[in-house]
Design a protein around this ligand. Structure first.
Ligand code: COA
Length: 331
């Protein structure tokens, strides 16, 4: 069986930059509060005409360029998002259409902040078994249009940003390299601690003025519990990934964690026993872009020369569900 390697990555964020000071003109908050608790300074928000799929298309074009490939070379799309352009069908088919593809499968993965690592696990299984050879793995989100940009929604509105990151994956016969293992977890007992209740078919009707008036279409978060579980479960999943591969923290060249919150990343780093230079952070620029955060960070880390052939890369994520995940990759 071959292993799965990263052929190329790409990312795209909207041009519009929103600073913490910009937010403080929309709601009662401050640069100091946001930066101190999350590390975030700016995030990008879409403008009229931009959608999750349009961001994903731009990111895909950059990755295809780097890979020296055409869209027609792709065999499959795995599209991870929790902010789809429409209720159905999933964004994957819209992206396929944008790319001029009419004969490849497109699956949507809805695992929020863990989406990209869950999607990597799916793509890796398909590539190793030979079902698909060239898989486009997408993490793309438009949060800004769903945020409550008033003081009522300030605990979540200041954290999330828009953006897209992709990876083109394919098989390698070099069994020393590629995705070594992926580790996926979920605990639905915490489902309502970070969720968007509606629209949803548990409600009849599934969307109504009443639901909207009650703010059920906005993300609601128990920030403290999210913080508490994220800072414990991500290091646990990193430890499992290392142990399963007979590796130790000293072997890690780079951890690219989901960029949820600088304080969470710092706690994960400490619990995982990693030095500053072993952890990649870019949350200050983009905020939390959920499924897009890991591929955007990975792309920037590669551009900065933080990973070379043979290095050990570890990915880890945590989010709504709760779901969490990690992956060990020999670059
Ligand atoms: N600006 C100013 N004040 C805010 C605010 C904002 N954007 N958002 C909330 N507050 C207020 C609250 O209303 C509350 O006020 P009160 O005490 O008068 O009720 C107070 O700040 C809470 O502050 P604090 O106790 O310091 O909050 P915290 O340390 O729990 O930090 C989070 C809040 C959201 C930053 C923190 O819980 C967190 O980072 N959680 C994880 C979030 C996350 O990463 N989610 C995504 C995971 S994938």
């Amino acid at each position: 069986m071959p292993r799965t390697e990263f052929i190329a990555t790409g990312f795209h964020v909207p041009e519009r930059v929103v600073t913490n000071d910009d937010l403080s003109r929309m709601m009662e908050t401050s640069d100091e509060w946001i930066a101190q608790r999350s590390g975030i300074r700016t995030r990008h928000w879409v403008s009229a005409g931009e959608t999750g799929v349009s961001l994903a298309r731009e990111a895909t074009c950059r990755a295809l360029d780097r890979a020296g490939m055409q869209a027609a070379d792709l065999d499959c799309i795995v599209y991870c998002t929790c902010t789809p352009d429409h209720f159905e069908p999933g964004n994957g088919v819209f992206l396929a259409r944008e790319l001029g593809l009419s004969d490849v499968p497109a699956i949507d993965v809805r695992n929020q902040c863990s989406g990209f690592v869950y999607g990597l696990s799916v793509a890796d299984a398909w590539i190793r078994t030979g079902q698909y050879r060239r898989v486009l793995l997408v993490g793309a989100e438009v949060h800004s249009r769903g945020l409550d940009r008033t003081t009522r929604g300030r605990d979540t509105a200041v954290l999330f940003g828009d953006g897209a990151g992709v990876a083109i994956l394919g098989p390698t016969d070099d069994l020393q390299r590629g995705v070594l293992t992926t580790h996926l977890y979920a605990d639905g007992r915490h489902a309502e601690k970070l969720w968007v209740d509606a629209p949803g078919l548990a409600h009849d009707p599934f969307i109504s003025e009443e639901l909207i008036r009650a703010g059920k279409h906005r993300a609601v978060m128990d920030g403290r519990d999210v913080f508490k579980y994220a800072s414990v479960l991500m290091p646990q999943s990193i430890a499992t990934a290392l142990k399963q591969n007979g590796l130790t923290p000293a072997d890690v060249k780079l951890l690219v964690p989901h960029q949820a919150n600088l304080r969470i990343i710092e706690m994960v780093q400490k619990a995982a026993g990693l030095r500053d230079d072993q952890v990649y952070v870019n949350i200050q620029k983009y905020g939390n872009t959920t499924a897009a955060s890991i591929p955007i960070a990975l792309h920037e880390a590669l551009d900065e020369g933080r990973l070379a052939r043979g290095d050990l890369l570890v990915l880890t994520a945590f989010g709504s569900g709760f779901t969490w995940a990690s992956a060990a990759v020999r670059w």
